[in-house]
Design a protein around this ligand. Structure first.
Ligand code: ACO
Length: 316
């Protein structure tokens, strides 16, 4: 069974309520029909017409009030909150914030930034999390790699230049995603660099070493090591030479990139040259929200709704 088949099967047992702010977009409408018919989730298609429906007036004003309270310290006025909440994206975020939906999926029309910004402003980070980031779940054709061919990369989407504390947060969040969403029972986290265990000295390497220490203090039970080059993290024969006492080197299933440039380039190389299938999810939010690619298929939307439902079941 592929990872995505497993995620769909898990979602069937949870049937979470997922808000879809692009509720009049044809692929989204088709995906909503499939998830409802297959029992993957309870989809809520949000459209300007459904928001403006007089039967919805009390909910609309409750969301506007809640949005104003949430953002007034940032300069949002009551009038602006009333206007903003009529935007299906903000309306969907407020549904999740107020407990009327368990998660949200969008991005068939909106850009990543247009979906991320309201999520960061309204849903905000989960308790104990300082940053929202994204994991790429990658299935490699070679099943000797990672966890029977499955590896997780982060952050490849959100944070252009995390500091050591941010990087440590990303590592801990990714281990949680690997466990809760991918079913990886023993996350083994490699903190990547261009140096392995002191083979090079540079302030960029220092950042990765410091992040490794912070992540260990945040999650004492987690198998995490750094700094490691990608080959030392992945391959036992390289680990045996470069990092032979490491509990992670040569057997990592989670790879934390030092910044967004390396992470984004890394996942695309894996995909394009390695022939791997990949799938991205956001992590670290107080409730799950996920972004689609604007070129997504109906099937991609169904998969993302399923993943969002499963994330909604992961305990804090
Ligand atoms: N985690 C948690 N909160 C955050 C984060 C984060 N990573 N980043 C920003 N925030 C918060 C801020 O604190 C701020 O909160 P506040 O308004 O309550 O004070 C709010 O979010 C907005 O922050 P800004 O810095 O004003 O937002 P910005 O306009 O910079 O947008 C964004 C944030 C969209 C995430 C930006 O960092 C970004 O564009 N990242 C790169 C996205 C991208 O293009 N990725 C690559 C393509 S995707 C792909 O290849 C699959």
């Amino acid at each position: 069974m592929s990872l995505i088949e497993k995620i769909r099967a898990k979602a069937r047992n949870s049937m979470k309520r997922i808000a879809l702010p692009e509720g009049d977009e044809p692929r989204t409408v088709a995906a909503a029909k499939i998830v409802a018919e297959e029992g993957i989730a309870d989809p809520v298609l949000i459209t300007p017409a459904s928001i403006a429906d007089p039967a919805n007036a009390s909910r609309l004003s409750a969301y506007a009030r809640a949005l104003y309270e949430l953002r007034k310290a940032k300069g949002l006025t009551e009038e602006a909150a009333e206007r903003l909440v009529r935007d299906p994206m903000y309306y969907g975020m407020m549904m999740v914030k107020c407990g009327d939906a368990d998660g949200l999926v969008s991005g068939a029309v909106h850009s990543t930034g247009d979906m991320l910004r309201p999520a960061l402003q309204v849903i905000r980070t989960a308790p104990g999390m300082k940053l929202v980031s994204a994991s790429f779940l990658i299935e490699c054709p070679d099943t000797s790699i990672g966890e029977s061919g499955l590896v997780v990369y982060a952050d490849c989407v959100v944070n252009p230049c995390p500091d050591a504390e941010g990087l440590a947060n990303i590592a801990v969040a990714t281990a949680k995603t690997a466990k809760g969403l991918c079913g990886i029972t023993e996350p083994r986290v490699a903190m990547l660099s261009f140096s392995t265990k002191g083979s090079a000295e540079h302030e960029l390497v220092d950042k990765v070493r410091k992040a490794t220490e912070i992540a260990r203090s945040l999650a004492p039970g987690l198998l995490i090591d750094g700094e490691l080059q990608f080959d030392a993290a992945l391959l036992p024969e390289v680990a045996a030479i470069k990092a032979k006492d490491s509990p992670v080197a040569g057997r990592a299933n989670i790879f934390i990139f030092p910044d967004l440039q390396s992470g984004n380039i890394g996942y695309k190389i894996t995909q394009r040259l390695g022939g791997a299938a990949s799938f991205a999810v956001l992590q670290g939010l107080a409730s799950p929200c996920n972004d689609l690619s604007r070129g997504c298929s109906v099937d991609d939307i169904v998969n993302t709704i399923a993943a969002t439902s499963v994330q909604a079941c992961i305990p804090e």
